[in-house]
Design a protein around this ligand. Structure first.
Ligand code: ASP
Ligand code: MG
Length: 300
């Protein structure tokens, strides 16, 4: 089992989604769990929706929902040949539910309200991707991370219950017939009570590590719009170099202090199980990128 993580930029439009299929086709012999983020800047847009609900700005709310729906419909229209494809109905239902949220009673808990709305981005992207793969003949199973990733109730920045998550993921995969590919969401989880939680902004990398940890995956690949990890942030330094192979410890240091290529929480769970992490370019998928692994495998 391998885990591939595709972030918002790698599914930002129809061509980008087609490119995900192209990359998956490069690995016909591997079973892959695809962890996907919300498309492009959808999470930011949904944060604005939450603000409108809380500030009771109905006009802004309606307009924002409309724009987010239109954005996803444009992608779906470009991807699906069948105008009756079930994905259209799915989108309409999800947005109907979102529109209702304006009139729902609002709890005093901002973080709770935030997570219930903002998690929609990953649900939409993962459903669209899974349906598209299906249309193109790549059978996949859609996994609901809101049933698999167990967290505490620290909304907006929930902490993982590792033991329960491991059991839930393992059990759920053992019940599904073998398929070449699973599609699930980054960034989201659920509490013991079944409420949706999120893991903190940019948390989809972390989700990939969580799934890999639970399944003791062969490796994780984070597909990015950069060639890999660099030795310094190109925003501030010239002549930066691509690091082809670094240790977990170096990767943790770089994720906190260097170029923010991966979410800082991602490396530790992989290090604990000795699972290698690749950072590769979705623009040049044949390039090697960076591998992060146990230091002794390449130290002299
Ligand atoms: N969609 C979420 C965010 O934009 C999670 C992620 O992209 O990693 O923060
Ligand atoms: Mg994102």
């Amino acid at each position: 089992m391998r885990v591939f993580k595709f972030g918002g930029a790698s599914v930002k439009n129809a061509d980008a989604v087609r490119n995900v299929l192209h990359i998956l086709r490069m690995y016909p012999d591997d079973q892959i769990i695809v962890v996907v983020s919300a498309m492009d800047k959808t999470t930011n847009r949904l944060e604005e929706v939450v603000q409108s609900i809380l500030a009771r700005r109905e006009e802004a709310f309606t307009q924002q929902c409309k724009e987010i729906l239109a954005f996803h419909e444009r992608i779906v229209t470009a991807l699906f040949s069948d105008a009756q494809a079930p994905i259209y109905k799915f989108l309409e239902e999800e947005f109907q539910a979102l529109r209702k949220k304006f009139d729902d009673p609002i709890s005093a808990h901002f973080g709770f309200e935030y997570d219930q709305v903002v998690s929609l981005g990953e649900i939409l992207s993962s459903k669209i991707l899974a349906a598209f793969l299906e249309q193109e003949g790549l059978t996949s199973a859609w996994l609901d991370a809101r049933k698999l990733v167990r967290t505490d109730a620290h909304f907006k920045e929930a902490n993982i219950d590792w033991g329960t998550t491991e059991n839930l993921i393992r059990r759920s995969l053992s019940e599904i017939p073998t398929v070449p590919c699973f599609v699930t969401q980054g960034f989201i989880g659920h509490t013991q009570e079944g409420d949706t939680t999120t893991l903190g902004r940019e948390g989809s990398d972390y989700s990939a590590a969580i799934f890999a940890y639970a399944l003791k995956a062969k490796d994780v690949t984070i597909w990015k719009d950069v060639p890999g990890m660099l030795n310094a942030d190109p925003k501030y330094f010239q002549n930066t170099q691509l690091l082809s192979s670094i240790s977990y410890r170096e990767a943790i240091e770089l994720s906190y202090f260097g170029a923010s290529v991966i979410h800082p929480k991602t490396v530790k769970p992989l290090q604990n199980k000795g699972i290698p992490l690749h950072i590769k370019s979705f623009i040049s998928p044949h390039e090697d990128g960076t591998i992060i692994q146990q230091a002794h495998q390449f130290d002299h």
